[in-house]
Design a protein around this ligand. Structure first.
Ligand SMILES: Cc1ncc(Cn2c(C)c(CCOP(=O)(O)OP(=O)(O)O)sc2=O)c(N)n1
Ligand SMILES: [Mg+2]
Length: 564
């Protein structure tokens, strides 16, 4: 490499990323970052080229969730930056650490609005959608820029950081490398411990609880608190419920799981211990009837402004999850706290009733000659129990919701899905980064509409020959495929039902299967898993299957269209 290249902003940026242990980059190149990406590869980074920026930034976000280090994404300016912005915002909402680097224009051109090639004020546009935005205008500031980006992304509540990289900085130089002051951030995410008073307050509440429950959010998975949480559940037998991406923090088949008795366990709980879970829309904002009006809440949360966001928190425990639990669990054990047996019996009874109903639905679906949601997804659950190292990524509505309940997880951080915003189009980007970062097989369980948002990334999966099996549950529509409102006009939710999505995989050298019943689905899944090849399995189900908006139909305003 020419000597002066090593003194450019581009080279110093790579040095600073590598100094902080960041060696993978997910992006789409073009003006002004193409050579920057090439230089990154020449200096030992791995660059993964995508077909669209939102998938690349989603991949970097997933890498952040899985590794605890910020994922790194790269986009071009303006349209590429804007394509990545949704994923940057989604990462911030999900509290996944991520640094999105976008090429940009020089300030003097933007600020005088002189009309640049792909010129918008990206630095200011990004701010409302991320944890912080920084702009690096001089090569000499590169060490500081990356240090700030890394620390901001992972400290406190993790999130997305935008790093604006003007074209001029790419080629700007320093006289000597040391001028850029490149260093590894010291203790990027410092431990934060709760006060002894806060611990005592929480223990006091649990001591008197008749109906305690533990609610685990994706923060508990990200915070790597599984050892402490498993000990807490094992020692106290307090029933737990995992939110979607917290599944596996405690194995779903644990006898203390109350997931099958969700309404009863939350609706009758008198003390709720929230661990890395926010009382947002996914938990009815903490309101009745999901929770009792008189329920008391203990909340483990790193961001104090989250407390009382939706209802009074009686025992706030501020700190990082692992540090809080390392103080809280021994204190609970010392107090000899155990869940009352009558409460456990009540939950066990309700769980058995609901599990019996669920199993009957699965067996009925498996017995049918055609495929349904349950018979299409149950083979994935079977495979997961046999191979718990496998990762699951999922998106859709019914496909997502039924899959969440049907697929039991044994390990933490092995399930990624549409997250707090329920965003479609995350699946394949998440699957790619999961396969890259872990080297393990990934199953992407997709609704047919959801797959359409990022289906072209199947080419990326095939190009890097990743062990990703994409199962597309095809009911020919958004939620379902047979609601037409105007004769001989396709309804707004209707998509192609007799579709051969598998051909997209074949087009790029991947494998494909089309299955119409349980046995065929089971067989195709086994073959795909064993092959380690990129694969699409087209699981055809009737267009009539699927509820509008899956399990969150209550959020979709209903109009009386019959009168029209
Ligand atoms: C970016 C984006 N656009 C649109 C939606 C709305 N939406 C859409 C378009 C969904 C797809 C549902 O259809 P599917 O085929 O993926 O799954 P099922 O048919 O099995 O329900 S789920 C949902 O909330 C969204 N959540 N995110
Ligand atoms: Mg569908």
């Amino acid at each position: 490499m020419a000597d002066n290249t090593s003194l450019t902003g581009a080279s110093l940026l790579v040095d600073a990323l590598q100094a902080n242990g960041l060696n993978n980059m997910y992006g789409v190149v073009g003006i002004p970052v193409t050579d920057f990406a090439r230089l990154a590869e020449l200096k030992g980074m791995k660059f993964y080229g995508f077909r669209r920026e939102d998938s690349a930034v989603n991949a970097a976000a997933a890498a952040g969730f899985l590794t605890g280090k910020p994922g790194v994404a790269l986009t071009v300016s303006a349209p590429g930056f804007l394509n990545g912005l949704t994923a940057l915002a989604q990462a911030t909402k999900n509290c996944f650490p991520l640094i999105m680097i976008s090429g940009s224009s020089d300030r003097h051109v933007i600020d005088l609005d002189r009309g640049d090639y792909e010129g918008i004020d990206q630095y200011n546009v990004a701010k409302p959608f991320c944890k912080a935005a920084y702009r690096v205008d001089r090569a000499q500031d590169m060490g500081l820029a990356v240090a700030r980006a890394v620390r901001t992304a992972v400290s406190g509540r993790p999130g997305g950081v935008y790093l604006d990289l003007p074209a001029a900085t790419v080629t700007d130089t320093v006289a000597q490398k040391s001028d850029a002051n490149i260093y590894k951030v010291v203790d990027a995410a410092p431990k934060q411990l709760p006060s002894d008073d806060a611990i005592d307050r929480a223990v006091e509440l649990l001591k008197n609880a008749k109906h305690p429950v533990i609610l685990l959010g994706k923060g508990a998975a990200y915070g790597r608190g599984e050892d402490e949480i498993r000990e807490l559940v094992d020692k106290t037998k307090i029933p737990f419920l995992p939110m979607s991406m917290a599944k596996g923090v405690v194995p779903d088949d644990s006898p203390s799981s109350a997931a099958s008795a969700r309404s009863l366990s939350l609706g009758q709980a008198d003390v709720v211990l929230l661990i890395g879970a926010r009382l947002n829309w996914m938990l009815s904002n903490g309101e009745a009837p999901l929770f009792r009006e008189d329920a008391k809440f203990i909340q483990v949360e790193i961001d104090a402004t989250e407390f009382d966001s939706n209802r009074k928190i009686d025992a706030p425990l501020q700190g990082d999850i692992k540090s809080v639990l390392q103080k809280l669990v021994p204190a609970i054990e010392e107090a000899g706290i155990k869940a009352p047996q009558d409460w456990l019996d009540l939950i066990a009874q309700d769980s058995k009733k609901n599990n019996d109903k669920f199993s009957a639905r699965i067996s009925a679906s498996e017995a049918k000659p055609t495929l349904g949601y349950y018979s299409a997804i149950e083979p994935i659950n079977d495979l997961m129990q046999k191979h718990p190292d496998t990762y699951i990524v999922s998106e859709g509505a019914n496909t997502l919701d039924i899959g969440r309940n049907l697929i039991g997880m044994q390990k933490p951080r092995h399930r990624l899905d549409t997250g707090t915003w329920g965003v479609m189009g995350v699946g394949l980007g998440y699957a790619i980064a999961t396969a890259v970062e872990t080297g393990k097989p990934v199953i992407a369980l997709e609704g047919d509409s959801a797959f359409g948002f990022d289906g072209m990334e199947m080419e990326t999966i095939c190009r890097y020959h990743l062990p990703v099996t994409v199962v597309i549950v095809n009911n020919g529509g958004i939620y379902n495929g047979d609601v037409n409102v105007v004769p001989d006009q396709l309804g707004p939710t209707v998509l192609s039902h007799d579709a051969h999505y598998g051909d997209i995989s074949k087009a790029f050298g991947g494998d494909s299967y089309r299955v119409n019943n349980y046995a065929e689905m089971k067989d195709a899944l086994e073959k795909a898993y064993k092959s380690g090849n990129p694969t699409i399995i087209d699981a055809q189900i009737p267009a009539s299957m699927g509820k509008e908006s899956g399990h969150i139909g209550n959020l979709n305003p209903k109009l009386d269209l019959s009168a029209l």
